[in-house]
Design a protein around this ligand. Structure first.
Ligand code: TXA
Ligand code: MG
Length: 306
């Protein structure tokens, strides 16, 4: 069920959270499936509802940097990033404090914790009034396309209490930076760009070795049901074409003007709309590998590998 964000409905949402229930929460990146992060049972429900592997940790959302610092070991690097980009679409992975109250299940037993302050006014209001931290993965079944509208969340979880927050303005999940070692690395590209992070941190490293550092970044992810091909100029018979920039090809266009910000905001919505009969596949136009295009291509690559 979708509820408009009236004062009465915000109060109902807070009550549900305090009772250990889940809600659909709008953020500026994508909609989250939120539970109070310090309640073990509520966090367990997130994994159950999403059918999410329990080795895949959740991002912890707070109203302020102080609220998050109760749970993670803060650093000068974290402080500089937080001052520049919070509230906003940046997640920091930091060492988990021994005294952290966050459910161990939320961090999947890791010694680190991923934290962020969202920028969406409804998410911020809920966090401030709750006075605690929320665990919130994207509100989709594990492995599927993230929701950027309340109706997408309803399609995934018809019985969930969802707050209406409009279309997510960013449209892609937050950028994730790992600050747990001396060499910071980018775990997931997003709207906060690598070059802007490097302006503060110096060169970022790519995560090394065979181990997956962000356990959710399995290569098959963000997947529509139909097969998806990237970098397509001429779609095949039966394929829905998702264009970018000026083109004579019509079905849908991520951004007729070739604007990457607009394309990011449209990507998941359009993938959902095209992911149905009579189409047999989705073919996506080339997206330039610069700025937000890096995050867009990352999500498309994962969707193409399903
Ligand atoms: O924009 C976002 O980040 C959205 C909104 C709702 O805030 N949330 C989101 O959550 O995208 P989710 O669960 O779909 O993706 C979280 C990612 C996963 O890839 C997970 O493996 C990674 O963050 N992650 C969480 N905790 C981590 C940790 N301690 N170390 C490394 N990666 C972590
Ligand atoms: Mg997700």
């Amino acid at each position: 069920m979708i509820f408009s964000p009236t004062t009465a409905n915000i109060t109902r949402a807070l009550k549900r959270l305090q009772e250990g229930k889940l809600i659909g929460l709008p953020t500026e990146t994508v909609y989250g499936l939120a539970a109070v992060a310090t309640q073990d049972l509520a966090v367990a429900k997130i994994f159950e509802m999403k059918n999410r592997p329990t080795f895949n940790p959740l991002i912890i959302h707070g109203a302020s940097s102080e609220a998050l610092q109760e749970h993670v070991v803060w650093s000068e690097q974290a402080d500089r990033l937080a001052h520049t980009f919070w509230p906003g679409p940046l997640t920091l992975v930091l060492p988990r404090r021994d005294t952290a109250r966050v459910s161990l299940l939320a961090s999947a037993g890791l010694s680190s914790l991923a934290v962020r302050i969202p920028r969406h006014p409804i998410a911020l209001t809920i966090l401030k009034e709750l006075g605690d931290v929320l665990a919130a993965p994207s509100a989709n079944q594990s492995g599927r396309v993230s929701p950027t509208q309340a109706c997408h969340v309803k399609a995934e979880f018809p019985d969930l209490f969802i707050l209406e927050g409009g279309a997510s303005p960013v449209g892609l999940e937050s950028t994730i930076v790992d600050l747990t070692s001396d060499a910071p690395s980018l775990l997931r590209p997003g709207a906060v760009l690598q070059e802007d992070l490097e302006g503060i941190l110096g060169p970022l490293h790519s995560p090394q070795g065979g181990s997956i550092k962000a356990p959710g970044m399995l290569s098959s992810h963000y997947a529509p049901s139909l097969p998806l091909r990237m970098n397509v100029v001429e779609p095949q018979e039966g394929e829905a074409y998702l264009a970018f920039g000026q083109t004579s090809q019509k079905v849908m266009n991520l951004s007729p003007k070739g604007n990457l910000t607009e394309a990011a905001a449209n990507l998941f919505k359009m993938l959902r709309l095209l992911d149905q009969k009579p189409w047999q596949g989705i073919a996506v136009a080339p997206i330039p590998m610069q700025g937000l295009g890096i995050a867009l291509n990352d999500r498309l690559y994962r969707a193409s590998r399903a």
